[in-house]
Design a binder for this molecule. Structure first.
Ligand code: NA7
Length: 545
C-alpha cells in the first residue's frame, strides 16, 4: 500500500486517527467490503485514551452510556467496574475492541500524516506521512480528534527547568513515581482537576497554579457490583434509547421547567438534588433555559460558590477557587472527587495567577509574582489546540489546490461537521460544527460514523464514487450554526468550545465550533437529508484513473 518503491495500490478509503471514532469507522467500512487503511500517530489504538494516561484520567459520562453500542456481543462480554471508568479500564476496553474486530491488521501505527491532496482527474486522495510514505485512496476520512494537540504555554525560559516536565497528555509511559516529590500543576480545567486530586495524595508538596477557577461538580463515582452490571446489560437497549432522546445523548436530560417557573426555595432543593446525583446532572439536568438565561446560569453558579465556601477552610482560598470570568454551564464543568478539600491539606498551596502571573521558569522551578518556588516535577494541564489544531497540522489540498487552512482562515466551515465544499470525497468524523463534542462523545461519534458509512453504502449501491458538499448546503449549515449560537451563553464565552483557547496567543475571534441545536434535531435533519438521496451532497460517477 505504500508507494516508497513504486506506484501505490489504490485503496477505497484511508482513515486518519484510530481513536473511538476512527476504529469504528474502519470496522464499518470493512463491512461494506472496502479496502481500508487506518493511520495512527500513536503506537496503538485508543486516541484520547491512548494518550491521556495521567493519574486520575477518567471519563465523566456514565460508563454504560459511554461504551460502543454497535455490537450486542461486545456489550454482553465486557464488564465495567466503575460507574465512571478510569483510563486504566477504558484503554484496555478499546484494545479489546481492536482485538475482537481485528482492527490493528489494517493500521499503520507511529505514523503522522503531513499532507493530503486531492487529484480531481484521477478521483483520489494522496496522503503523505512525515517519513515520506504515501497512500492513495478514493475516500479520505479524518478522525483526528478534537483535543489531540497539547499546548504548553511559551513561558520565558521554558526549557531551563531541569526536572521532568510535561503536558498531561504526555505523561511518561514508563513507571513514574511522584511520591514525596515537590510537584507543580499548572491549569485547573477538567484535566487539571483530575490530576491535582491524585497528586495531592502522593506528592510531598503540591503547588497548584490557577489562572481562573472552574465550576466543578462532584462526580460521585462508585464501583459497579457484578449483579448491577448484569442488570445494565439487560438494560442496554433502553439506556441507548434514552440517550437518543436527550439533548446531548447523556442519560441526564434538561428539566422542562424554565428558571423563572420555580421559586427560590424550590430551586435550592432542585440544585441540591442535582448536586447529589452522579456526573453531569447539574449541567445537563438543569432548567431548560440554563444555556440562554444569564439569571439561571448565575443562580446555579451561586449555589456552587456556596458549596465551595463550605468545603474550603480558608475563605481567601475559596474565593480564588470561585470562577469570576464565566457563568456556570458556559465552559465544560470539571467533575471532581474531593477536589476542593485538597486545598485544606497542609501539603497543598494554591497560587493565583491573576494576582501573580508566571514570569519565567528557572533551572529549579517557577517564578510568579516575583517569588521563585522550587520543584522536582512540573505538570502542564494547560489544555489543547481544540479541533483546528489537528487539522492545521496536515496540509489538506482540495479541488483546484484549495488549502483547508486558507479556506478556514476566518473560521471553519462545514456541512454537519462532516463535509467541506471544495474537498471532494473527504469526510470527517467529529469535525467542526458537528455534533460529537457537545455530546456524550461516543454516542454522537457512532452516529457520525454510521452516517458516513450509510452515505458510502448508498454511493456503492448507486454506482457513485464522488461526493462533494454543495457550497449552498455548507452555507445553509453555517447560517443555522450562527442562528443557534446567537442566544447561547456558551457562544459568548472564551473557551475551547469557541476556539478562543486562552492558552494560545493570538486567537481572538470567537467562533462556536460545535453544533448546539440538540442531537435530536440533528438526527432528524441528517436522516431527512439521507432519505431524500443526500440533498446537498453532490453525488456523481467520476472517471478514476
Ligand atoms: P482546558 O479545559 O482548556 O483547561 C486548560 C487549563 O489550563 C485552564 O485552567 C486554563 O486556564 C489553563 N491555562 C491555559 N493556558 C495557561 C497559561 N498560559 N497559564 C496558566 N494557565 C493556563 O483543558 P483540559 O485539558 O483541562 O480539558 C480539556 C477537555 O478534556 C475537557 O473539557 C474535557 O472535555 C476533557 P484558564 O481557565 O484559561 O484561565
Amino acid at each position: 500500500m505504500t508507494s516508497n518503491s513504486g506506484p501505490a495500490t489504490r485503496l477505497d478509503a484511508i482513515i486518519v486517527g484510530m481513536g473511538v471514532g476512527g476504529m469504528y469507522q474502519l470496522i464499518k467500512l470493512r463491512e461494506l467490503g472496502m479496502s481500508v487503511q487506518g493511520i495512527e500517530a500513536g503506537t496503538d489504538v485508543g486516541g484520547t485514551w491512548y494518550w491521556n494516561r495521567y493519574p486520575g484520567a477518567r471519563f465523566d459520562s456514565e460508563t454504560h452510556s459511554y461504551c460502543y453500542s454497535f455490537s450486542p456481543e461486545l456489550l454482553e462480554e465486557w464488564d465495567w467496574k466503575e460507574l465512571f471508568a478510569p483510563q486504566t479500564e477504558t484503554y484496555p476496553y478499546l484494545q479489546h475492541v481492536a482485538e475482537k474486530f481485528d482492527v490493528r491488521r489494517h493500521v499503520e501505527f507511529s505514523t503522522r500524516i503531513k499532507r493530503a491532496s486531492w487529484d480531481e482527474t484521477g478521483n483520489f486522495w494522496t496522503v503523505e506521512a512525515e517519513d515520506g510514505r504515501t497512500w492513495e485512496a478514493t475516500y479520505l476520512i479524518t478522525a483526528v480528534g478534537t483535543l489531540s494537540i497539547p499546548v504548553v504555554p511559551d513561558y520565558v525560559d521554558r526549557d531551563k527547568f531541569r526536572g521532568p516536565n510535561f503536558h498531561t497528555s504526555e505523561w511518561p509511559r514508563t513507571p513514574f513515581d511522584v511520591t514525596g516529590k515537590r510537584v507543580a500543576v499548572i491549569g485547573t480545567g477538567a484535566t487539571g482537576v483530575q490530576v491535582i486530586q491524585e497528586m495531592a495524595k502522593l506528592a510531598g508538596h503540591l503547588t497548584v497554579y490557577q489562572r481562573e477557577g472552574n465550576w466543578c461538580k462532584p462526580l460521585r463515582n462508585r464501583p459497579i457490583p457484578p449483579e448491577e452490571m448484569e442488570q445494565i446489560k439487560r438494560d442496554y437497549p433502553a439506556i441507548f434509547e434514552r440517550c437518543r432522546s436527550t439533548g446531548a445523548a447523556f442519560i441526564h436530560d434538561t428539566d422542562p421547567r424554565a428558571f423563572a417557573d420555580v421559586s427560590p426555595e424550590e430551586r435550592e432543593e432542585f440544585y441540591e438534588s442535582l448536586y447529589a446525583q452522579p456526573g453531569f446532572a447539574l449541567a445537563m439536568g438543569n432548567f431548560s433555559d440554563l444555556g440562554t438565561n444569564e439569571a439561571a446560569a448565575r443562580a446555579a453558579g451561586d449555589f456552587l460558590a456556596r458549596k465551595i465556601r463550605a468545603r474550603v477552610n480558608d475563605p481567601k482560598v475559596a474565593d480564588i477557587l470561585i470562577p469570576k470570568n464565566h457563568l456556570f454551564g458556559t465552559k465544560r464543568p470539571p467533575m471532581e472527587t474531593g477536589y476542593y478539600e485538597v486545598f485544606n491539606q497542609e501539603n497543598v498551596d494554591l497560587v493565583d495567577l491573576k494576582a501573580t502571573p508566571i514570569e519565567r521558569l528557572t533551572e529549579d522551578g517557577i517564578v510568579s509574582g516575583g517569588q521563585e518556588r522550587p520543584f522536582d516535577i512540573i505538570i502542564f494541564a494547560t489544555g489543547f489546540d481544540s479541533i483546528l489544531g489537528a487539522f492545521n497540522r496536515i496540509a489538506f489540498e482540495g479541488r483546484d489546490s484549495i488549502s483547508l487552512i486558507e479556506k478556514w482562515r476566518d473560521g471553519p466551515t462545514t456541512n454537519m461537521g462532516m463535509a467541506v465544499h471544495g474537498f471532494p470525497n473527504m469526510l470527517i468524523v467529529n469535525g467542526p460544527h458537528g455534533l460529537a463534542s457537545f455530546c456524550n462523545v461516543p454516542r454522537c461519534l457512532e452516529q457520525n460514523v454510521e452516517y458516513v458509512s450509510d452515505l458510502l453504502a448508498y454511493m456503492q449501491e448507486k454506482g457513485f464514487n464522488r461526493v462533494e458538499i454543495a457550497a449552498d448546503a455548507e452555507k445553509q449549515w453555517m447560517d443555522l450554526m450562527r442562528r443557534n449560537a446567537e442566544p447561547m451563553l456558551v457562544a459568548q464565552t472564551n473557551s475551547w468550545f469557541t476556539g478562543i483557547n486562552t492558552n494560545i496567543e493570538g486567537r481572538t475571534k470567537r467562533n462556536l465550533l460545535f453544533y448546539v441545536g440538540g442531537q435530536v434535531y440533528f438526527q432528524e435533519h441528517s436522516r431527512e437529508i439521507a432519505a431524500n438521496g443526500y440533498t446537498g451532497f453532490n453525488l456523481s460517477q467520476a472517471d478514476s484513473s
